[in-house]
Design a protein around this ligand. Structure first.
Ligand SMILES: *[C@@H]1O[C@H](CO)[C@@H](O)[C@H](O)[C@H]1NC(C)=O
Ligand SMILES: *[C@@H]1O[C@H](CO)[C@@H](O)[C@H](O)[C@H]1NC(C)=O
Ligand SMILES: *[C@@H]1O[C@H](CO)[C@@H](O)[C@H](O)[C@H]1NC(C)=O
Ligand SMILES: *[C@@H]1O[C@H](CO)[C@@H](O)[C@H](O)[C@H]1NC(C)=O
Ligand SMILES: *[C@@H]1O[C@H](CO)[C@@H](O)[C@H](O)[C@H]1NC(C)=O
Length: 595
């Protein structure tokens, strides 16, 4: 808390007099923005000013879509003084003596500050057309603070959510308390970086929903979260060791945002110009099984069965009466001790080795440990280590293994991953039918709430439509011979020279199927080389498809494809290099080819 000196108050007042009310996008030193004035970004996409949420008289400094006339909970994308509202319309946004951007009330108290520790002389704040509010130092023009690094409940295209592993800085969403109260609510969302990165929603800091591991294309355990690389959604580890997820719509879908609502659901919204309303196209929590850990340890959740929870095969309820009453939190325990545990107990002697039971199409449990192994080695290392209770292998992810409890395992009717659960050999002798894992009583009529069914159906049709569409547009095998002849080829040697042997210093980023390097051809042309990783799971056919689709899209000015390189086991695509602002488009553009 602090008070303006008389001098700077005079300055501020003076500038208010000079404020001609013309829409501008920048607030410079000694200028200010006074309620009800506003600024508009240069491309007219966003507006910043003071607003009151529905059913509230409090005033907040916020950023919202310029095109949506009514300022609501859904149209506001960022709020400054969310914890300290103004009680009247005396609010002022200005650049403070120390160069920070501040919101002041009528008594010149600081209600909010950009709080940059080093003072920034003669700084200015600009609302960019992306919706990002940036504070720049006058002398260098360097951005010292930006609202995209301090999000509230909304992610806009090109904004990143994640963790900088070097500085340990986290960029997370936090929900509003209610649609009429922007102060920090109980829910937050972000990316977890332990072991394999996953998206999370937390409630009061505890896991509430989980995406399952990212496989390079989509989150393997988030079925109604329609975002995947087709839609420009990606999760990246770059050389700065920043793990983040971001999304982008190269084909200009209009207004779109992701937002964490006050009830804790993450939603993807698209603005419908015709209806003048938001359409929800994706959301995190669709049914009871989506709530983290619904069925406890070693329990599996299947939304289409009744009851939804059952113990995994070989396990039984820890507390039977509780379990039967529908209180599943205490979970299940192993029925027959593992052989490897007996071997360690000399008095029981050696018997047949443990086996693995395969569960298909699941959201794999939380706390997977990742290792770089082949599928066979993955199984072997799990079998050899008695504390390994399960493993899974996916070409896009690699080897995952679990020790301790299996938490938050969900069964799907489509998609998901396969997991192998370690069981005593005796469990297999008892029952022959290995395929029946969950006792599934499908009661379609009683299937959750009708809306769940509706959204599930919608999601399925969309998914199917997308699949069909991509299949149509995919070329047949003859592409190999036909189209590639039209595309210039580069030699591996040439590309190695251009990128200094794919030196890590030339790495632009890593995402989706491979790593992208910057390079320079001998004629001086700058290029970006996408080197597909061998373990990526993208086969030659998919590679060809990508080449085909991108060359088809060239005229749309997406990313200019210069050629390709197929030599030995290396598959590479060569693009024209574009400067910083198009960097994301280069690195990830090629994975956003069709919807
Ligand atoms: C505003 O208040 C009215 C009346 O209490 C209520 O019906 C409405 O749902 C409220 N709107 C919001 C967004 O809270
Ligand atoms: C400003 O930043 C400092 C650390 O740089 C922190 O201790 C302080 O709580 C912050 N103040 C506000 C109002 O966020
Ligand atoms: C800031 O602006 C004032 C007034 O224009 C000028 O006198 C001063 O030299 C500037 N300071 C810096 C560090 O640029
Ligand atoms: C070893 O097995 C015996 C017989 O089943 C049992 O009584 C004992 O508790 C076991 N010891 C350990 C350390 O598990
Ligand atoms: C067995 O697995 C546990 C848990 O992953 C690990 O801590 C331990 O080091 C492993 N033991 C061996 C011998 O690899």
């Amino acid at each position: 808390m602090g008070f303006l000196s008389k001098r700077s108050l005079l300055y501020a007042l003076c500038c208010l007099c000079l404020n001609l009310g013309v829409a501008r996008d920048t607030i410079s030193s000694f200028q200010s923005l006074e309620d009800p004035d506003y600024v508009i970004s240069r491309g007219s996409s966003f507006r910043m000013g003071f607003f009151s949420p529905v059913n509230s008289t409090n005033r907040y400094l916020g950023i919202w879509y310029n095109k949506i006339s009514v300022v609501t909970y859904l149209s506001v994308v960022w709020v400054a003084n969310r914890e300290r509202p103004l009680k009247d319309s005396s609010g002022v946004l200005t650049i403070y003596e120390d160069g920070n951007l501040v919101v002041l009330n009528g008594q010149a108290e600081i209600l909010w500050s950009s709080n940059v520790s080093n003072s920034v002389p003669n700084s200015s704040a600009t609302l960019l057309d992306s919706g990002n509010l940036v504070l720049q130092g006058d002398t260098t023009g360097a951005i010292v603070w930006e609202s995209f690094h301090h999000p509230c409940d909304t992610v806009l295209p090109r904004m990143k959510v994640g963790n900088n592993l070097r500085t340990n800085q986290k960029i997370q969403l936090t929900s509003w308390k209610s649609p009429s109260d922007p102060s920090t609510g109980r829910f937050s969302a972000g990316v977890n970086t332990q072991n394999i990165p996953q998206g999370f929603i937390w409630k009061d800091g505890h896991p509430y929903w989980r995406t399952g591991p990212w496989n390079g294309q989509f989150f393997t355990g988030a079925q109604s979260w329609v975002l995947d690389y087709h839609r420009g959604y990606t999760l990246v580890y770059d050389k700065e060791e920043i793990v983040y997820s971001t999304f982008d719509y190269v084909n200009g879908l209009g207004l779109s945002k992701h937002f964490l609502d006050s009830q804790g659901n993450l939603k993807q919204l698209l603005w419908d110009d015709g209806k003048e309303d938001w359409e929800v196209v994706g959301f995190a929590l669709a049914n009871e099984c989506d709530f983290y850990g619904t069925c406890g340890a070693f329990g599996g959740c299947y939304a289409l069965s009744s009851p939804i929870c059952s113990c995994l095969k070989g396990f039984e309820p820890k507390i039977v009466e509780e379990w039967n009453r529908g209180n599943w939190m205490s979970g299940c325990v192993r029925r027959t001790p593992l052989q490897c545990e007996r071997v360690n107990n000399r008095s029981e002697g050696v018997g047949k080795a443990d086996w693995f039971l395969k569960l298909e199409m699941v959201k794999v449990p939380d706390f997977a440990e990742w290792s770089y192994r082949t599928k066979d080695d993955c199984r072997k290392q799990c079998l050899e280590n008695c504390s390994c209770v399960a493993y899974a292998y996916d070409t896009g992810i690699g080897c995952m293994s679990w020790s301790g409890n299996l938490i938050d395992l969900q069964k799907f009717s489509t998609g998901g991953l396969d997991i192998y659960i370690r069981l005593s050999y005796m469990e297999f002798e008892n029952k022959r039918n290995l395929k029946v894992i969950f006792t599934i009583t499908v009661i379609i009529g009683a299937m959750a709430i009708p809306s769940t069914a509706y959204f599930f159906w919608r999601w399925m049709t969309k998914k199917r439509a997308r699949k069909n569409k991509s299949r149509e547009s995919l070329p047949s095998k003859n592409l190999n011979n036909v189209k590639l002849h039209e595309l210039p080829t580069f030699s591996l040697e040439e590309l190695a020279t251009a990128t200094n042997n794919f030196h890590v210093a030339n790495m632009l980023g890593r995402g989706g199927f491979g790593t992208v390097y910057k390079g320079k051809l001998h004629d001086g042309q700058e290029i970006a080389v996408k080197k597909l990783s061998r373990s990526s799971g993208q086969g030659l056919e998919e590679f060809m498809n990508e080449v085909f689709v991108i060359s088809k899209l060239q005229h749309r000015n997406l990313v200019r494809l210069l050629g390709c390189c197929i030599e030995g086991e290396e598959n590479m695509l060569i693009y024209e290099y574009m400067s910083n602002k198009s960097l994301d488009a280069i690195v990830f553009g090629m994975e956003i080819v069709e919807r």
